[in-house]
Write a protein that binds this ligand. Sequence first.
Ligand SMILES: Cc1ncc(COP(=O)(O)O)c(C=O)c1O
Length: 488
Amino acid sequence: MIQTLPPSPAKPASPGSSLSLYAELAGSLQSLIDQGTLRPGHRVPSVRMMSRQRGVSIATVLQAYTVLENRGYLEARPQSGYYVRPRPPSFAPEPRMARPMAKPAYVGVKDLTTAIMERAADGDFIPFGAACPHHSLFPNKKLARLLGSVARRDPTLISRHGMNWGYEPLTREISRRYLQGGVPLAHDELVVTIGCSEALNLCLRAVTKPGDTVAIETPAYFGFLEMIESLNLRALEIPTCSRAGICLDELREAIEQNDVKAVLVMPNFHNPLGSLMPDEKKQRLFDLLCEYDLPAIEDDIYADTHCGDCRPKPLKAWDRDGRVMLCSSFGKTLAPSFRIGWTAPGRYLERVRRLKFTNTMGTPVVLQKTIAEFLRDGGYDHHLRTLRRAYQQQLHQFAQAMQRYFPEGTRYSRPQGGNVIWVEFPAKVDTLKLHHEALKHRINTAPGALFSVKDRYRNCLRMSCGLPWSDEIDAALKTLGELVKKQL
Ligand SMILES: Cc1ncc(COP(=O)(O)O)c(C=O)c1O
């Protein structure tokens, strides 16, 4: 059914108003959806009809519809038009923040992490465990053609010794993108690495020595915990809010009471919470780092997967004195197996370069050049728009299905980017037990215990939503829900 709209024509933006026409149109449609005038499943007027109705250009309507798609209000259905998207009930509560940790602790490696990662690559299992996006979300064929063409044009790239801090056309492309986003980073401030993992590793090593304490968010990505363990560091877990990131009061207290040497944070789309730290809080976090003269290692790997209109700025944007070591990669957005990442380690640049030399010496140039050409020719932005839409849609579909199948009293984070949702079941549920039960149904999960040094989050689960929706996923979520309900 096509919904006819109440007569509220989009007026030309009033003089002095900073809102553009498309933003006004998007805003007015959004209000109609919020008020329930336009309801889930309803088809909104076609672009042409809306353009006539509101007296604005087709391009304006298209832009407004795209904004609403990005915000999760509309969905485009091929050859059919734009529809109001079902929205998850807003009453589902959000996860609670953990209690602070009294003392830093060494990390015990959990064999389960390796098993979960191995199963992530096993097509026999439904991969809810690892945060690996499905291969269909990447421009594999385009990249394969480009890789072939790059290698054919200059086969010596394959035999050249890859001793480099970064292939300059790539570092220039990366720095150009930061500049566009309001972060002035020169290309020669960057070191290209083997994935974000190497970037994080080098940065940790640059500012700590074995036995030192690193403050981290809790829950924390299990890769951070493994890294901290492998470097014989101690982790100090700081309570983190599922909406706005690390709690600054708790961080301050922890720094005052412990000899913290560095802070490892994910202000943009934290894994596993999906939280996004507001800009004003990033400023306060930076001020706190200055006050205690501490370096920060920032993992920004999910920033390009924002649900909102703009890519959020990294903490690095507030860095005045080179204490923020920004780390990222194309692993979640373009080509996970190319393993191309980078760091902008600020004042620690020389130290990180030396560590890169001893760690892996260089990063394959043929892969760097392929990505540089993909970025340069504009394919990346187009691809990112499609990817973001897919991630959002998947987050939305997973959230809806979980609320349908999981027991009452379950809490869910509301990620504003990325592709994971943090789920807190009622206290009685044991997600380690659930993990083993689910394996019998060929479902791989990531139990909460993996995300902490302490024995926390026994009743929590990180749900990876990196898979395009299918009946199989729906059925697997239903099965998980039944297994959880059996425990209650
Ligand atoms: C938060 C976070 N940081 C870093 C990584 C590792 O990134 P890469 O594959 O680029 O090494 C991951 C991978 O899942 C991740 O989730």
